[in-house]
Ligand binder design. Structure first.
Ligand code: SF4
Length: 167
C-alpha cells in the first residue's frame, strides 16, 4: 500500500515532524484518523525471567556455601608448589588445586566444604574433590614443606594471619 502526503519528502522523511514519516503519530495530519499497526516489542517471558533468576540465585548459594579454614589448620594457609602439584589455600576457605599426570593437568577451584583431620573436601554441591594432606607442614632448610596426595610441595607464600610473607 502506498499513499501521498504533501509533507512527505523523497527520502521518506516528514517535513512536518522532522523525522521519518510515521502516519498517525502525534503531529501527523492523520493523527486520530488512522490507526497504524505497530508490532509490540518482544517481552521476556516471565517463566524465562524467573528461571534465570533461580539459576543465578543457586549459583550464588553454591559459591558461598563453603566453610572457613579452621584456626587449627591455619598453618595450611598459603601457596604451595611442587613439580607436579600446587595448591592455594585461603583462610576464607577458597581453595585452588592442580595436579599434573603425564600430559594431563587437573585443576579444581572450589570452596572448602569439610575438613576432617588431614582430609580436605572441596567442591560445589554434590561435586566434591578430596585432598589428603599426607604430611602436615614441616620446616626444613629454612623452608616450609607439606605433602599433599603423596606429593611434596614447598610453601611459596604464607597466608597465616599476621604473616603473609614470601618465602
Ligand atoms: S508523518 Fe503524517 S504528516 Fe508527516 S509525511 Fe507522514 S503522513 Fe504526512
Amino acid at each position: 500500500m502506498s499513499f501521498d502526503c504533501k509533507y512527505k519528502l523523497a527520502d521518506q522523511q516528514c517535513r512536518r515532524l522532522g523525522k521519518e514519516c510515521s502516519p498517525g503519530d502525534q503531529g501527523c495530519v492523520l493523527q486520530g484518523k488512522v490507526e497504524m499497526y505497530k508490532p509490540e516489542k518482544k517481552k521476556k517471558s516471565p517463566v524465562k525471567k524467573s528461571l534465570i533468576s533461580l539459576v543465578l540465585m543457586l549459583l550464588l548459594i553454591l559459591a558461598s556455601c563453603g566453610i572457613e579454614l579452621p584456626v587449627s589448620h591455619y598453618d595450611l594457609a598459603g601457596e604451595w608448589e611442587g613439580g607436579f602439584t600446587g595448591i592455594i589455600i585461603n583462610q576464607s576457605g577458597k581453595i585452588s588445586y592442580w595436579e599434573k599426570n603425564g600430559t594431563s593437568k587437573k585443576t579444581v577451584e572450589a570452596p572448602l566444604q569439610e575438613i576432617d583431620g588431614n582430609i580436605l573436601k572441596i567442591g560445589l554441591g554434590n561435586m566434591t574433590t578430596v585432598i589428603e594432606i599426607t604430611r602436615m607442614p614441616w620446616q626444613e632448610d629454612g623452608e616450609t614443606w607439606m605433602e599433599i596426595n603423596g606429593r611434596t610441595v614447598r610453601q611459596i607464600y604464607d597466608y597465616t594471619p599476621n604473616k603473609g610473607s614470601t618465602k
